[in-house]
Ligand binder design. Structure first.
Ligand code: F3S
Length: 659
């Protein structure tokens, strides 16, 4: 922070003299000493003087004896007369410049001139001056006031010593038009105009202005007015205690001026305080300044960005420059789209001086380092990575993992074959880094390995949960000659054709169709060979058991012919249990061809004539339910005789072996 102190800041000649006179009076005269009104518009000075026995009074009538000091503003003649009448000791500290105005006004008033004063109506200096023309002066504060005055033959114009030159000249120009004879005295004090000019000049070149002086001091207020006009950040203070230090930290160049009533020691205090704060801040900055060296990685805040570079505050004495080619691993980035001022980024120090005093930074190398670390961890720990297929290249794909691009060979894309690799571009993928060689910068990604792993895990899970005897539900996925495959959610179970039904099944499609939902019984789980065997027929009672439970030898049953042979016909007793009707048991007539008597599908009543439980063979007979016919010659008609008893062996012989 640079501080520019106005040379003209502080006590003017008149105020300096007045204060000196008071201080001298303190030594020479008995206390109390009175001042008519505050000696200057500065409360701190007033307080000091008060402690030394100097009291301020508003009206001279309030005292009848003692020492009265007339301040630099001057007073009207009546005051002197009163003092004389009451034998008061007068110390006249009226500023010589003000005295000069009073004399001019007195003289021209006596010569018949209308006195016009450009200044503030209620200012003590103007009240005093007006007294020297019997309070007949026209007092103009603003240009507009000048337009409304009457025409005069003889006019004498003076100015308040602290009036602003610019306004005075404008008002005079208006009065010129309204008077025949005019005498103009530019009585603006040089000290004031010089102070104002210097203030204007400094205000134009700094970021902030500080005006020191009493809040009620008119010349200080005028300085403030000028400052505000030329410097947006202007502050009026009385002492260092009013300094807006935190605000001032924002500015690098600060100007200081002070009103005519501001003593040097107050100005010094302000400067000392500012420098102290500055020093403290500098120290804090130095303390907080990071100690950096090449290759360090630090956090920084983006302070500016354009398409070519990013400017970063890294807490070092110089800002860091991050060129576009050091920004990202990715090419063709638009810096203004990537970062904004205020963003926090991690950067590596490439050089402490890029030749122009800036620190050269790289974010790309930090990203590379982080990416390598992540890849290494992902590879070593076999962490699942997610990414997007960026493009298809010869032999595979480039996959963007967000922090790095990796190669995925086409064989590692999926467990399924892919016909058109271009169609996979844009797809989200998950997988493992299956090969990582940092020295060759080789990173191979595989989705297939993950898919296989997941399938295996699912299989294992299903195998773990399956056991023989379980009743499961699944979807028929495939039908082949020897059976049907059922999807059990990860693995396929086989229902062999022989396990589809207790009945004879020639083709599995007689029982099942693809996509059928089936409920089956797990009859075998081979975890080693990863095979599961299912059965539909095991869900129902074994027909032979049912047969044994239901039927006995000699029972009469209705059966359905299922097949005819040269030696007889097979008939279904209940589903899954068949018996044989030997051709000798079909009819009492000579059965030459079985088909002449029985056809498949035909239902007939038979008698169970033999039962071999061990071999599960059943002999059936139609004729056993009939009477044997006897030929009666005389009546020429057939009659039946009771059947002979036959054994199963008599009927079948070895026929079942040939079925
Ligand atoms: Fe006198 Fe000028 Fe100061 S008139 S009091 S020297 S500002």
């Amino acid at each position: 922070m640079e501080i520019i102190l106005a040379k003209s800041a502080g006590f003017c000649f008149g105020v300096q003299k007045a204060v000196e006179k008071v201080e001298k009076s303190i030594k020479e005269y008995p206390k109390p000493i009175y001042t008519l009104g505050p000696i200057i518009h500065n409360q701190q000075v007033i307080n000091r003087l008060k402690q030394q026995g100097v009291n301020s009074i508003d009206r001279i009538e309030d005292i009848n004896s003692g020492v009265i000091v007339i301040r630099s503003h001057g007073v009207q003649p009546e005051i002197y007369r009163y003092a004389e009448d009451h034998s008061l000791k007068v110390i006249d500290a009226t500023c010589p410049y003000v005295k000069n105005i009073q004399k001019k006004v007195e003289r021209y008033y006596r010569d018949g001139y209308q006195i016009i004063i450009v200044g503030s109506k209620n200012h003590p200096e103007i009240l005093g001056v007006n007294g020297w023309c019997d309070n007949t002066a026209i007092i103009l504060e603003k240009e507009e006031d000048a337009h409304s005055i009457s025409r005069y033959n003889k006019v004498c114009v003076v100015a308040q010593t602290t009036a602003i030159q610019e306004y005075f000249l404008k008002i005079v120009a208006i009065i010129l038009e309204k008077s025949q004879e005019i005498v103009i005295f530019n009585t603006i004090c040089n000290a004031t105009s010089e102070r104002q000019e210097e203030t204007k000049s400094i205000a134009q070149q700094v970021d902030a202005m500080i005006v020191i002086g009493g809040y009620h001091s008119s010349n200080t207020q005028k300085l403030m007015e000028i400052c505000k006009k030329y410097c947006e950040h202007s502050y009026h203070i009385e002492t260092y205690k009013d300094l807006p230090l935190s605000e001032l930290k924002k500015y690098s160049k600060i100007g200081i001026t002070a009103g005519a009533s501001t003593p040097d020691w107050i100005i010094k205090e302000v400067i000392v305080e500012m420098e102290k704060d500055l020093e403290m801040e500098k120290k804090q900055q130095e303390d907080s300044m990071v100690n950096i060296k090449v290759n360090d990685i630090v956090m920084g805040e983006v302070i500016a960005v354009n398409e070519e570079e990013v400017m970063v505050n890294i807490g070092y004495k110089s800002d860091g420059i991050l060129p576009k080619n050091e920004y990202s691993i990715k090419k063709d980035v638009h810096l203004t789209e990537e970062v904004q001022p205020g963003d926090q980024i991690q950067v590596m120090i490439l050089s402490l001086n890029d030749g122009e005093g800036n620190v050269l930074l790289s974010k790309k190398r930090v990203d590379e380092r982080i990416a390598k670390e992540r890849i290494k961890n992902a590879y070593e720990n076999q962490e699942i990575q997610e990414g997007k297929i960026k493009k298809s290249i010869k032999g595979g794909f480039i996959v963007d993992l967000g922090f790095v691009d990796v190669f995925m060979p086409i064989s590692q894309y999926h467990i399924k074959f892919i016909k058109d690799p271009e169609k996979a571009v844009g797809e989200e993928v998950r997988g493992f880094i299956i090969e990582y060689n940092p020295s060759k910068n080789r990173m191979i990604f595989s989705q297939r390995v993950l898919l296989e792993k997941e399938i295996q895990e699912k299989k294992d899970e299903v195998f773990q949960s399956l056991k023989e005897g379980d009743i499961i539900t699944g979807t028929v996925k495939n039908i082949v000659k020897f059976g049907a495959f059922v999807d059990l959610g990860g693995i396929d179970g086989l229902i062999h054709i022989s396990d589809l039904s207790w009945k004879r099944v020639n083709n599995p499609e007689e029982i099942l169709s693809i996509n059928d939902q089936v409920t089956a019984k797990v009859i075998e789980v081979d975890r080693e060979k990863e095979k599961v065997r299912l059965s539909l027929k095991d869900l129902t009672e074994e027909p032979w058991a049912k047969f044994e439970r239901t039927f006995n030898i000699e029972d009469k049953v209705s059966v359905k012919i299922t097949k005819t042979t040269t030696f007889g016909a097979f008939a279904e007793i209940i589903p899954g249990v068949e018996g044989l009707i030997h051709k000798s048991q079909i009819s009492f007539d000579n059965v030459d061809k079985v088909e002449d008597f029985l056809v498949p599908g035909q239902e007939v009543d038979v008698k169970i004539i033999d039962l071999d439980k061990e071999k599960r063979k059943i002999g059936l007979s139609i004729t056993a339910l009939q009477n044997k016919p006897v030929k009666k010659i005389e009546k020429n008609e057939m009659v039946y005789q009771e059947k002979d008893n036959l054994t199963l062996g008599d009927v079948f012989g070895n026929l079942f072996k040939n079925k």
